[in-house]
Design a protein around this ligand. Sequence first.
Ligand code: AMP
Length: 610
Amino acid sequence: MAVDSILSSPLGPPACEKDAKALQFIEEMTRNADSVQENVLAQILTRNAQTEYLQRYNLNGATDRETFKSKIPMVTYEDLQPLIQRIANGDRSPILSAHPVSEFLTSSGTSAGERKLMPTIKEELDRRQLLYSLLMPVMNLYVKGLDKGKGLYFLFIKSETQTPGGLLARPVLTSYYKSDHFKTRPYDPYNVYTSPNEAILCPDSFQSMYTQMLCGLYERKQVLRVGAVFASGLLRAIRFLQLNWQQLAEDIRTGSLNPKVTDPSIRECMTRIVRADPELADFIAKECSKDNWERIITRIWPNTKYLDVIVTGAMAQYIPTLDYYSGGLPKACTMYASSECYFGLNLNPMCKPSEVSYTIMPNMAYFEFLPHEPNSTGSTRDSPPRLVDLADVEIGKEYELVITTYAGLCRYRVGDILRVTGFHNSAPQFQFVRRKNVLLSIDSDKTDEAELQAAVESASCLLREFNTSVVEYTSYADTKTIPGHYVIYWELLGKDSGNSPSDQVLEQCCLAMEESLNSVYRQCRVADNSIGPLEIRVVRNGTFEELMDYAISRGASINQYKVPRCVSFTPIMELLDSRVVSSHFSPSLPQWTPERRRLDSFKVNDDIMG
Ligand code: AMP
């Protein structure tokens, strides 16, 4: 039964008592979206009334929406950065939040090339946990019997650092996997993973992936769902299997553990899992040695009912590849979240990717929506932008998400553009349209136009001694190979034909571009190996003029034509590729170290693939 058709009753027949409570909670929250929001705002404003930030705006104890909206400005990360920096430097006074900041969550969104630091408080972990606890009860409405097997989830922690003031700074998932909420979670038959905690919590990405894959292979018949956070992560695991199946099969044949896995806690826990199983080893070797890897997921894990990965937003580019490896298994996008705040969940998780809508849970934060008009800044000096409340958004319209959190972000622009597709009770459901200002993305990296421009400028300095300049450029996220990589098309103008840049110089240009890109890009390249070497494709002179002719032939106005800085439309790609005169790859890895002092003395594995 469709979730939306049940208005006054719980969402559907729950699988167990625990699920009944969770579904009841969703019903309560979504039926009373507006009053829950009103209460959330009042709670946040009451508890944070004495903070330096709110004191600035003279709310004088008011906790109502009208006063809040009239006095508190909408802000971006850059506006808050001086305050955040003070917290990072050790100022423990109540600056943004009355509750002590427990740590910083490092977002994949960047500011001045570095991950944004989001202050968080201890109780936010409970709120995130609450949202997680709603996912399986919803899934159980659509997929039966998930308590009869396990989930093969590829989950990883990333490096953490310490701010000058001594607070931890790490990605939100690392914080969650390392928390007691995750590590000492009570047994739940609907949520049993094949990966042991020791493997998930191992900071060395090769050892972690190797162990998680090995466990998944041992339990291949029990696996009912295969997942990772993002589609790119699952494809990375498939690639890992392609590169490492021989060693994995060898371990399974002999009942030993690859000596490259040295982490003592993994080795200790794997003694309970590793056993000699020559039949399984033969099976793995037979399947993996075939040239054709189509449907490899269902061949190896034949009972998989769905893939649990996010394929909305930038991840949509991976849908065809996932379909190829899984024979078109359903892809469940279960939740929508960020470092700043966890937002909501998909109440119809087995729907098609193009139909995914997330229901924002009104208890998570106070949500406002800035009507999104393309090409407008959203406000003029005379008319400040009018933000719409959660319960008042209109179906079909697009909005930018603005949040006020318990941790002290007030009217903060997240940067996501959402479209309202419908309502569940009185809570709106949103399609994720896109993140603002993202030109290129392969994994969790997000490169904007200004960053690409700066990278091209930085690389083109190397061409000066050859009297050569980059006259035009555009880019493309190439995800045909795993890992995907950035392709930058360059049209060059050389004034000195006898002295043109060599292949080696152009390779150095690739590296120079990578060095200039933000730290999330470089971390993906160096620590995660989730992005391949950047490629420059030099196109013949006149190509960008042809590109313009093509756009004009399709109706673009000559006066307004601008070179697209990122392309994906097939005829344009074909035109560009047919004009390529040479292509060059970055010859080495760019520099990357965690932004600040690294806490764990682990080695950054620069080749997770083994
Ligand atoms: P981070 O703060 O690094 O965790 O990144 C959060 C951002 O990831 C969000 O603001 C979105 O832009 C994107 N994101 C998170 N969940 C989803 C989803 N389900 N679909 C599409 N994009 C998502």
